[in-house]
Design a protein around this ligand. Structure first.
Ligand code: ADP
Ligand code: MG
Length: 499
């Protein structure tokens, strides 16, 4: 690929070395496992966690004379992903053999796409942040291509004292390799990019995005240069399988390269590995040892061809994607960019929020989901799939506030009870006597009591009307938080004779 610089150096992303500032350049090759029942060229199952070699067909084991047959579902998933990346879909693409020897690759080659991939150039908008001021900054990361290829099997070196075992369950599973342009300039940008890609494929249902199961992993290309100068020589860190590790690998690698360059050395183009225990990258092979894959079109497979109508039909059925959802939450519910960004970042959170917000005050729903629900989940170390409070239950809590049955403060207690004990919020309010006191007589009595007990404060409040808040607080306390705050406020002001 020809490298095109899309960005002007940005002071906040530069890192300073001993001899001045440096800019980090990052491009990622992300391998995303296609969500499909069967493998790319065989009918064997793709289910995760099966016993070794349970999901291996004769094709996956590369028995002589076996022929690959393309799985149309995987083709559709690749096209849908391409559409989600706003990318050009190529109506004709070609499968090539990428030849190399490895014990977990029984064919002796991987079927991949080289010169003619199924998806061409596209782009992803990535929100980087929030920074210390709570701001997000949008950057655009170019997509170079997306191609389909087979995964290899897995060698297991820890099962036997003198032998290695091979598990071919993954052999032949469909992967989408998504290659970015070298458009990222910091570890945070690269992490945000992978997070966004994962969000997009999860919305699309084309990859489950589970990095700890190996469904999504990245080869991380890193180089450094003087700000705005020529692109430097890159190193490629293979197979990094968590977003945190991607960040650590980039920071370590950039520092390593800067130290070499500042010392007058030069960077060797090489493939490196990240060691999560040490937080370091180390050399795996240099460019001289790089494989010559001798790519050629696979003679067992015809070129893959489809027409625009095929693409259009898939486009028509795409779900709403995170960018569009975010824009809609901002424009139609009046949410802040910050709130909308948080709510769309995980599909499960967005789905939960939309259930709560349906027919309700969107901003109030957003506050409850973000501050209360996500806050509590975070503290409990739980994911939204395991939230003890359902969208219906949270919706009911919000309804009770809106209709004035409970105060915002009591609602927090109610949320706690629903979280730990479950139950119908409306019935809980009845059975535990949590209803807000709107009876003016009762509130008036409490206000009178506070006023007569605090003559000095009354004097102060008349001189300084903001003191009224103190009285409101006292009355709320006296009524166990159940008085309607607006009614208390009105009465306090009336009785004190202040505006
Ligand atoms: P290969 O297949 O040999 O790894 P590609 O041309 O497919 O090469 O590029 C791989 C990745 O490396 C792409 O994501 C690209 O953006 C990135 N890349 C290319 N040049 C640089 C560079 N100088 N610094 C950082 N990343 C780079
Ligand atoms: Mg590469």
């Amino acid at each position: 690929m020809t490298l095109i610089d899309t960005r002007t150096p940005d002071a906040k992303r530069l890192i300073s070395g001993a001899t001045g500032d440096w800019e980090i350049i990052i491009g990622l090759e992300v391998h995303a496992q296609v969500t499909s029942q069967a493998k790319l060229f065989s009918g064997a199952s793709t289910a995760f966690g099966a016993p070794p070699n349970a999901n291996v067909s004769l094709v996956d084991a590369a028995m002589p004379g076996m022929l690959p047959v393309i799985n149309e579902e995987c083709v559709k998933q690749a096209i849908r992903t391409g559409l989600g990346l706003k990318a050009a879909i190529n109506h004709k693409s070609v499968f090539d053999r990428k030849n190399y020897f490895y014990p977990d690759l029984p064919q002796g080659y991987q079927i991949s796409q080289f010169k003619q991939p199924i998806v061409g150039e596209g782009k992803v908008i990535v929100s980087v942040g929030p920074d210390r001021q709570g701001e997000f900054e949008d950057i655009e990361v170019g997509i170079e291509r997306l191609h389909l290829e087979q995964d290899a099997g897995k060698s297991m070196h820890d099962q036997h004292a003198t032998m290695s075992y091979v598990d071919l369950n993954r052999s032949g599973v469909a992967l989408m390799e998504i290659v970015s342009k070298p458009d990222m300039r910091s570890a945070d940008e690269a992490k945000a990019y992978v997070t966004k890609l994962r969000t997009i494929v999860r919305y699309l249902g084309t990859c489950d995005g589970n990095m700890d199961e190996g469904s999504l992993r990245a080869d991380v290309n890193v180089s450094v240069r003087r700000p705005g100068g020529e692109f430097g020589t890159r190193c490629e860190i293979k197979n990094v399988n968590s977003i945190r590790f991607i960040g650590q690998a980039i920071d370590y690698e950039a520092r390593r390269q800067i130290a070499i360059l500042e010392d007058g050395g030069k960077i060797d183009q090489e493939t490196r590995l990240f060691d999560p225990n040490k937080g370091e990258t180390r050399s795996m092979r240099s460019k001289e040892e790089a494989h010559d894959y001798r790519y050629f079109p696979d003679p067992d497979l015809l070129p893959l061809e489809f027409d625009q109508a095929y693409v259009d039909a898939l486009a028509k059925d795409l779900p709403e994607l995170p960018d569009a959802k975010k824009a809609r939450l901002i424009s139609s519910l009046g949410l802040s960019t910050y709130d909308a960004s948080i709510l769309v970042s995980e599909k499960a959170v967005a789905d939960y929020f939309e259930k709560v917000a349906a027919g309700r005050d969107g901003k109030l729903a957003a506050n409850w989901v973000i501050n209360d629900l996500l806050g509590a989940l975070n503290r409990a170390g739980k994911g939204i799939e395991n939230a003890p409070v359902s969208p219906d239950q949270l919706g009911a809590v919000i309804d009770l506030i809106k209709e004035g049955t409970i105060s915002g403060k009591i609602a927090k207690d109610l949320f706690e009870i629903v979280w730990s004990e479950g139950g119908d919020p409306r019935q809980l309010v009845e059975s535990r006597g949590m209803k807000q006191v709107t009876d003016t007589g009762a509130i008036e009595k409490a206000v009178d009591e506070v006023i007569s007990a605090n003559p000095d404060k009354v004097e102060q409040a008349r001189a300084k009307p903001s003191m009224a808040g103190w009285f409101v607080g006292q009355v709320m306390k006296a009524t166990g938080g159940k008085a309607n705050p607006q009614a208390v406020n009105d009465l306090v002001k009336a009785k004190l004779g202040i505006e």
